[in-house]
Design a protein around this ligand. Structure first.
Ligand code: RIB
Ligand code: CA
Length: 319
């Protein structure tokens, strides 16, 4: 477990809230091991205008109106935006009714914020956490390829192998929405840690886990429970499980307690052309090719340990 008193790890969060994104942001803001340099809105679960608003609602819920929030790109690097209101609701964060935000959104474009931060901060000192389609990071890398060598790590939620896809049989949503951006990121040479569906499908919002969060009895926990109870209904019906997979907070939990996760360094390529398998993360888990090993593909997680961390940190947020 990371030492809470050590120098905090500098991170940029790129996100498309999304109830699970919201929990990831709360976990990051509740954790002294991390310094959130800024949060960039991505177009994904819902359009950009809503994700930008949702991020600010979450920051204010956490009592952090000081956080710098930026709007990124309106849609994928190629093609049109595919959204997921069918999972997250029209607002993107249905299940809890939070007030309209009063904190501002920055005028600087999120892509420029990513580039300027990486060029300003010491090389290798900033981690990029992507929780949605990787449009903003892909665009930043295309605009300023020199940032790739300055990134400490890209820790992303996306992809899948043994679990297949959740939008098509082959593709997970974040990669499916912008496969070109994902291809750029995976080819960039930046160190990558992937939290694919193979991990997140082991992290289910069971009744006991939701009850433990509900027992915190704070405005934050009330919102979180509302989000979880709304968000899980779709996947419970789809997978027939008790609770649904909680995806994005695994990215943040990895930064705080990496020992909760295990996987292996392997080659991961992105399918960008095929109509049948567009957005597939082709992970060479068994090492049958000699392709460059460009990503740590996480496959196992201590789910109880994850929820113990999440619940303990949410308790620290007394909005
Ligand atoms: O496939 C799950 C991912 O897509 C999560 O990041 C969820 O928030 C959506 O963006
Ligand atoms: Ca997301």
């Amino acid at each position: 477990m990371k030492d809470e008193t050590a120098m905090p790890r500098k991170i940029i969060i790129d996100t498309d809230p999304g109830q699970d994104d919201a929990l990831a942001i709360l976990l990051a803001l509740a954790s002294p091991e991390l310094q959130v340099l800024g949060i960039v809105a991505a177009a994904g679960n819902v359009p950009l205008a809503l994700t930008g608003k949702n991020i600010r609602k979450v920051c204010e819920l956490a009592g952090r109106p000081d956080i710098k929030v930026f709007a990124g790109c309106e849609g994928p690097m190629q093609g049109s935006l595919f959204t997921a209101e069918y999972v997250h609701g029209a607002s993107g964060m249905d299940g809890a009714d939070l007030p309209e935000p009063t904190m501002p959104i920055e005028t600087k474009h999120g892509v420029d914020f990513i580039i300027e931060t990486l060029m300003r901060e010491e090389a290798g000192s900033v981690t990029i956490c992507t929780l949605g389609p990787m449009t903003n990071l892909g665009t930043a890398l295309q605009k300023a390829p020199e940032i790739a060598s300055r990134i400490s790590q890209v820790v992303l939620m996306g992809g899948g192998l043994f679990e297949g896809g959740n939008v098509t049989p082959a593709a997970e949503f974040n990669i499916f929405v912008d496969p070109m951006a994902a291809e750029i990121v995976f080819a960039s040479g930046a160190p990558i840690v992937m939290m694919p569906l193979d991990v997140t499908h082991q992290v289910l919002t069971t009744k006991a886990r939701v009850a433990a969060i509900k027992a915190l009895a704070t405005p934050v926990s009330e919102a979180v429970v509302g989000w979880l109870e709304f968000f899980e209904r779709f996947d419970e019906a789809k997978y027939g499980t008790e609770g649904g997979p909680l995806h994005d907070p695994n990215v943040i939990a990895y930064l705080i307690r990496p020992e909760l996760y295990s996987g292996r360094l392997c080659n991961v390529e992105i399918e960008t052309q095929s109509a049948l398998t567009k957005g597939m993360t082709v992970a060479d888990w068994w090492g049958v090719t000699d392709r460059q090993k460009n990503a740590t593909f996480m496959r196992d997680v201590d789910a109880d340990g994850f929820y113990a961390l999440l619940t303990e940190r949410l308790a620290r947020l007394q909005a």
